[in-house]
Design a protein around this ligand. Structure first.
Ligand SMILES: Nc1ncnc2c1ncn2[C@@H]1O[C@H](COP(=O)(O)OP(=O)(O)OP(=O)(O)O)[C@@H](O)[C@H]1O
Ligand SMILES: [Mg+2]
Length: 332
């Protein structure tokens, strides 16, 4: 590849890495995070919540952006960590959980000591670091992958941590992670406040407009690199069919198509580049029509059907499907 193309590819990368969309669901859930954070008083029961949704709706991005709003502050004698954001480890044992949180708080001996010692240190450190909110991502890791069973001792450990510290916790995970709550009544009571982060919907006017707006914003950003707009909004229905409204797939597709355009020395992203990117990067079923092909008949393709988001945990997914929201609320 020529140097000129390399430079252009880097520019594309930079633009797409910095694209950050504060869409309405993003803002709504962020304000719910605020509600949890503000419920911290140091005593009593805090407001906790579960944010769940498909892979690629932007859950981790949201949690990271919240952390960026409340970054750690380094004082001479200690570190203040108002928001502690951690990923639930695999396997999610009580010891691993304690270590993960200790490490995030800067404990140099995070993996030392018995479970009791680590938990005690964690409680002390949470106090010293003045932590007011804990965000735990990948909540589905509380379900053991092999046995497909909920790891009950770790969910009890979490319940106890909340009771003993009064620190609000936001759990983030795939939708089937709600199964953990069905298996632990006490945890369910604490996490009956739930928000689903959904992909954009074509049938909902507001959501559709937002989806199209995002396409136009990204197109404008990329115009700075290519010198021309791609006219993404003209292909909005094709984008929707290709991505089913998932922001992660939208970015992936655009990234791929921009690369195709650079490689073929084109001065704009064209439909053929999107078609190639879809085929190479998103297509999972060869029998499905490519929404960017010229003979696309307007049918909505489904490149990532529901089941692909369930991380292979079919039993949990099936169980979850059988339950209704009223079950969730009845355990309050
Ligand atoms: N608000 C946003 N603005 C711009 N890009 C976003 C946004 N949210 C998500 N993305 C894009 O989607 C990708 C995946 O998002 P993210 O990792 O947050 O999804 P997720 O819901 O946590 O998925 P998983 O359940 O698989 O962990 C990001 O790397 C980014 O490219
Ligand atoms: Mg994630």
């Amino acid at each position: 590849m020529t140097d000129q193309k390399e430079v252009k590819l880097q520019e594309v990368q930079k633009v797409l890495d910095s694209v950050f969309i504060r869409h309405s669901a993003f803002k709504t859930i962020k304000s719910q995070f605020d509600e949890c954070l503000n419920s911290y008083t140091g005593h009593g029961e805090p407001i906790c919540m579960l944010v769940h949704g498909h892979s690629g709706v932007g859950k981790t991005t949201l949690a990271s952006s919240y952390l960026a709003d409340y970054p750690p502050v380094y004082l001479e004698e200690r570190k203040i960590v108002p928001v502690l954001n951690a990923v639930i480890p695999v396997p999610a044992t009580m010891k691993n959980m304690a270590s993960e949180l200790l490490e995030k708080l800067g404990d140099p001996y995070s993996d030392r000591g018995t479970l009791e010692q680590r938990t005690k240190r964690l409680r002390k450190l949470l106090k010293e670091c003045k932590t007011e909110l804990i965000i735990l991502d990948e909540f589905q890791h509380f379900i053991d992958r092999k046995s497909e069973r909920v790891i009950l001792d770790v969910s009890d450990w979490l319940k106890n941590l909340i009771s003993n510290t009064s620190i609000p916790v936001v759990l983030v995970g795939l939708s089937y992670s709600r199964e953990v709550l069905f298996a632990n009544e006490q945890l369910m009571r604490r996490f009956s406040y739930q928000a689903e982060m959904k992909p954009f919907s074509w049938d909902d006017e507001h959501s559709r407009k937002e989806f199209v707006k995002i396409l136009s914003v990204i197109d404008r950003e990329l115009e700075n690199v290519f010198g021309n707009k791609a006219g993404f909004t003209n292909y909005a229905n094709r984008f929707y069919a290709a991505t089913k409204g998932l922001i992660a797939l939208m970015i992936k597709l655009i990234r791929g198509s921009a690369r195709e355009a650079v490689v073929s020395a084109s001065d704009r992203i064209e439909l053929r580049h999107l078609a190639k990117a879809y085929k190479d990067r998103l297509l999972t079923n060869n029998e499905m029509a490519n929404p960017f092909s010229s003979n696309w008949d307007g049918e909505y393709a489904d490149p990532l059907p529901e089941i692909r988001h369930l991380g292979g945990n079919m039993a949990a997914a099936r169980m979850l499907e059988k339950r209704s929201l009223s079950n969730v609320l009845s355990t309050r």
